[in-house]
Ligand binder design. Structure first.
Ligand code: FMN
Ligand code: ATP
Length: 308
């Protein structure tokens, strides 16, 4: 898949269809928009691509409000590729762009020589104060004879699937519910870094500490049944996220005990798939009491992961 960063890089000698939006997480609703883009591209003899943004527009509009994200830019690009997109255009939404009238954005699209169609969801908005919407897109489409596919909103139990709803579920530790909306388990990627080695030395459970990017959505502190994806293999595991109150920890860490695993993976890249929350993080009276609880947690995690 090709990655572009400016309008000028878009193909001029090929027809293309653009799916539009931020697409954080590439959830089930986003997948529907991407499916419509593929379908329209097939019909028009064009290639399907994505018009998306980086960083998140909120980082420009309200820099003090940090929106944690479900995917890094690289993960988003991978999801787009998996969804059959031939390219992704990552535009930087500066203030000038975000303050354009919707009509200016549409004029820009119309000026693209290869543009053969657009796809977006019913709730897609664009332009100054989000004044442009799917209704305006449809009117423009009729006027300009450029086909536009608008996806009806994908819902789960009567609620619209959205990146915002998924972020909230993860932050509440509701991983199964989040997975339902995402269409997959939530994952976090990072490298294995050194911790304080208490896991191995004091508790008898060696843990891989995951380094994580600051701008990612983190599950609520606690203990989770997880899968660790290392070197193309998927290992059942258990993960604690929190500040280790038993040891008066100050920093939030993510550490994983991988079952039946005995390799040195320091410095290796590591993806953690979060399946289900088991309990909250507790301050134990002694390391021994914590180790006994971890033993029980492992049994619980094994049961949960057996079913997946
Ligand atoms: C399954 C599991 C559950 C844990 N639960 C708790 C907990 O409830 N409270 C706590 O203080 N630490 C908990 N920990 C974290 C341990 O305190 C931690 O593994 C230990 O401090 C080792 O840290 P280190 O790898 O930085 O040396 C848990 C760790 C694991 C693997
Ligand atoms: N539930 C949904 N069903 C169908 N299309 C959707 C759905 N949610 C978003 N889309 C569409 O997917 C594209 C990307 O949307 P966007 O990134 O704003 O997602 P979102 O989940 O609504 O995000 P947020 O929660 O941050 O508003 C847009 O075209 C949008 O209209």
């Amino acid at each position: 898949m090709e990655i572009y960063h400016s309008w000028e890089e878009l193909p001029t000698n090929k027809k293309f269809v653009l799916a539009m939006g931020f697409f954080d997480g590439c959830h089930r609703g986003h997948e529907e928009v991407l499916r419509l883009a593929r379908e329209l591209a097939d019909k028009e003899g064009a290639i399907p691509g994505v018009l998306t943004f980086w960083p998140h527009p909120m980082a420009v509009l309200a820099p003090k409000v940090q929106v944690p994200l479900l995917q890094s830019r690289e993960e988003k690009a991978k999801s787009m590729e998996k969804a059959g997109m031939a390219f992704a255009l990552f535009l930087k939404p500066d203030e000038k762009f975000l303050n354009e009238e919707p009509e200016e954005f549409l004029e820009k699209l119309e000026s693209l020589p290869g543009l053969s169609g657009l796809a977006a969801g019913e709730n897609f908005t664009f332009g100054r104060q989000a004044k442009g919407n799917s209704r305006l897109l449809k009117e423009w489409s009729r006027l300009k004879k450029i086909p536009v596919s608008v996806a009806g909103l994908t819902e789960e139990e009567g609620k619209t699937v959205s990146s915002t709803a998924i972020r909230q579920l993860i932050q509440q530790g509701q991983m199964k519910e989040a997975a339902c909306l995402l269409g997959r388990n939530y994952t976090l990627q990072g490298d294995v870094v050194h911790g304080f080695h208490r896991g191995h030395d004091i508790l008898g459970f060696p843990t891989a500490n995951l380094s994580f990017a600051e701008d990612r959505v983190l599950p609520k502190d606690g203990v989770y049944a997880t899968f660790a994806l290392i070197g193309g293999r998927k290992y059942p595991s258990i993960t604690n996220i929190g500040k280790n109150p038993t040891f008066e920890g100050k920093q939030r860490t993510i550490e994983t005990f991988i079952f039946h695993f005995d390799s040195n993976i320091y410095g290796k890249s590591f993806t953690l798939e979060w399946v289900e929350r088991i309990r909250g993080e507790i301050r134990f009276p002694s390391p021994e009491a914590l180790a006994a609880q971890i033993q029980k947690d492992i049994q619980r995690a094994e049961k949960i992961l057996e079913r997946r």
